[in-house]
Design a binder for this molecule. Sequence first.
Ligand SMILES: NC(=O)c1ccc[n+]([C@@H]2O[C@H](COP(=O)([O-])OP(=O)(O)OC[C@H]3O[C@@H](n4cnc5c(N)ncnc54)[C@H](O)[C@@H]3O)[C@@H](O)[C@H]2O)c1
Length: 373
Amino acid sequence: MKNKIIKYYLNNHEHRVTFCYDKEAPDITKDLTRLQSDKRMLLVIDDSINKDVIKNFFKDLALSDFEVHVLKVKGSKKNKNQTLLFQIIDKLIKYKLTKRSLILSCGGGVVGDVCALASSLYLRGMLYYHIPTTMTAVVDSCIGGKTGINYKNIINSIGNYYHPQNVFISKNILNLIPKREFLAGFAEIIKSGFLDNKKILKILSNNKKKILSRNFKILSQIIYLTLKTKIKFFKNDIYEKNKRLNLNFGHTFAHSIEMSLQSKSSDVIRHGEAVGIGMLCEIYYSEGKNKKFTMLKNLLKKYGLPINLKKYLVIKNLNKMKNSIYKNIFLDKKRLNNFPRIIKIQKIGRPKVIEMRNNERIFETIEKVILSL
Ligand SMILES: NC(=O)c1ccc[n+]([C@@H]2O[C@H](COP(=O)([O-])OP(=O)(O)OC[C@H]3O[C@@H](n4cnc5c(N)ncnc54)[C@H](O)[C@@H]3O)[C@@H](O)[C@H]2O)c1
């Protein structure tokens, strides 16, 4: 099967997402020649990845006259910080890479977001490609250009917008994503369905078996539809002043949950898992336990995603957790006039940004949904 490509244009520049089938390795060298690269690159790769899966990508590189440097790093949110950022920048300096050199990141949302930030900062911008290796990265973080690191325990408090020239989605990589990193991405897929595309929800409802067995035909269809939905929302609002805000459905509560659960030693909850619970919260805050709430809850359960934090907590933590989640909600980056903002799904396909002005309702949402009391 021929590689399928999504092309989108930002400020008259072409950006691509390339779907790579079995034997069809992308010709990275040819693609880089199109971008007038100086044929030098830093490959930044998450150490947890099974290296066999990316061999395909480097077949043509190995035969080419490209200079390839490799930096192995550790993904996970606890490493999404200035240390990782400067580790990458130090290598760019060490190898004297230029604006026409490439960073090729191979990893999940963490490696992708930090590499994109490094690409944007080094010499005020160099070429950037991404090979996403978790489902969250495949269906969401690989496009849209949001870069970032966490600082002072505030998620993505430092970052900017920088778009990869190309993203490669590979069948081989999808097949080897560990179960938890695979399922976590379904929250963002479900999100796209609620925001814009009932077809996605229908496919998810009717094809669980094929999807969970990673049938590439159906998986690439939902990935394609989810990415197209995202592009539709950010294309004319890159800096998130307006329509793009809707893509944050679930994220005000999700980020607050992630910050409250973040520990120095491990990632307790995956971003996607928190987004699923966050979407339930935002529907509950806006309208209570209605039909949409039940539909979302059932879909999350169907794809093995948590619907509350019960399994992550010990009882004696409850009050502390409630207060911490409440406090962190007010760090929402979308807030104006001190009121955090969330997305209300008026009906499927019709989202609206609203302010949360009712503190009692916020507490009730935390108790009833997140803690399921
Ligand atoms: N830029 C955006 O638009 C955007 C959108 C969504 C999420 N994000 C960010 O993405 C991050 C979450 O992404 P994530 O869930 O991919 O986290 P992650 O990158 O930390 O990956 C999760 C875990 O899986 C491991 N891993 C990655 N790929 C693997 C593979 N193929 N095989 C085995 N292990 C693998 C990582 O080492 C890590 O331990 C958060 O920081 C979030 O803020 C950004």
